[in-house]
Design a protein around this ligand. Sequence first.
Ligand SMILES: [Zn+2]
Ligand SMILES: [Zn+2]
Length: 590
Amino acid sequence: MPDLESMRHSTAHVMAAAVQRLFPGTRLGVGPAIENGFYYDLDVPRRLTPEDLAAIEAEMARLVAAAVPFEREELSLDDAIRLFEERGEPYKVELLRDLRERGTTRLGAKGEEEVDIDPRNASTASIYRTGDYVDLCLGPHVVDTSQIGPFKLTSIAGAYWRGDEHRPQLQRIYGTVWPTAEQLEQYLWRIEEAKRRDHRRLGRELRLFFFDEAAPGQPFMLPRGMTVLRVLEALSRQEQARRGYQEISTPSLVKSDLWEQSGHWGYYRENMFTSEVEDEQYAFKPMNCPESTVVYRSETRSYRDLPLRLAETTRLLRNERSGTLNGLLRVRQLTMDDAHIYCRPDQIQSEIAGVLEFGRVVYDLFGFPRRYYLSTRPDKALGDPALWEQAEAALAEALRASGIPYELKPGEGAFYGPKIDVDIDDALGRSWQLATIQLDFNLPERFQLEYIGEDGQPHRPVMIHRAIYGTYERLLGILVEHYAGAFPLWLAPVQAVVIPVADRHLPYAEDVAARLRAADLRVEVDARGERMQAKIRDAQLQKIPYMLVVGDKEAEAGAVAVRERSGENRGPLPLDDFLALARERLQKYE
Ligand SMILES: [Zn+2]
Ligand SMILES: [Zn+2]
């Protein structure tokens, strides 16, 4: 059995070969194996449509049935360049020339790292032949095409050559391949399910939010979406207050001087929206950190004041390029559950442990499994190496003492400090980065932050940036998909809808709603002139946890007939009993 990655990459070759057979003149970009499958970036003479995928699959199936061997050859770089020149493959030639001239095909920060060439062996190139097809490739590959498992081509997208928008746009064909038909089917189901759960679609259907051309990358929040956000905010505030955080709010439009001092003006300016006010340069804040230091500096701080935990939930603006915007997952207007903790170096470990515990409490409520990563000192780092060492040890010890297994990412910390990242898995097993806990030696230095130590001397505090949710926008998007729109009772924007059987039951329905609202439940009355069954169906489509049907019997008995969104019918309950039931579930965050 070939390993999955080489089978996936081999399938990419077979797909490219099939496209070249069907569309002569197709030139090869790069085609790596990726999570769950593979892609190939191809310069095809005409624009492909989803209808073309079936023909390409059929051609691939013929190649697979023919059991064509994968044959490896080693060539000198010059011979390889000649070969691909003859074959009319300018992209491969470009990669080979880069390799010959620079010893690497790696681009700057913007470009994708090419995966097809062995950087350890830069004097020769290996190629793979599969019948008439020739690819520049490191391998390994399966022995022959018959070892390729059940596959499916899934989509076509545009992709700039080497990730550069000034270079030609190629067509990227994505596909997936698995050892068994059952695994393929399961994977395809997960894709379909992800589409069904797409937060942009559900956001509209459930009347949570929508996007409009009037403001790209910025959601219009509807009352129900706002309600979910308010519940999340209330939870965050409650947990912060319990842990000694204090909330501040700092201005949105800030003079460029502050951004120059923080360094953002130098390295982050293209992501900032700027404005001129009375001949002075301002920028809309893309993050809260520099202003948090203004608050810190507003008073003389003593070692007794530390740790100082300043939380802030204000709106940020980031100039993300329109091509990168993606529903609530990448927006231009965002709201973080941000906090900055100022502490002494000897407090790092306990503060980190506190943040980890905070995260655990919150993620447990959503049922998110999570993975932790500790990123350490990069080659180019700012600050005293001894302080780095102490900080990294404190982070590792906080993780260990909290009983949290983690993966080490050596050298992947920011230049200004080590960090802990937390990824969560949603209900479909998809991974998202939510939280980050970031130590910072840089801003305290740049802003000359001080506290007066026990020795009466000024000392430099350490700054910890931390978010538990990340941004509210992104979290809402993730939660909508995680729950497929069926929020648990405590998060549901409407927890119960009261449905009168006939118009004459409307006064009682209003009475029920008023009593439940007085007990802080979020309740609506469906007073429309529709039939009861239609109202029940609509409430189910809106994924409202409880439907309370009221007719003559219920009005007389002071009761409600309780139906759940799952369709389960609990029958009539005295109103007080229903209230007690709901309260009990809410207390348990069900
Ligand atoms: Zn290859
Ligand atoms: Zn920050």
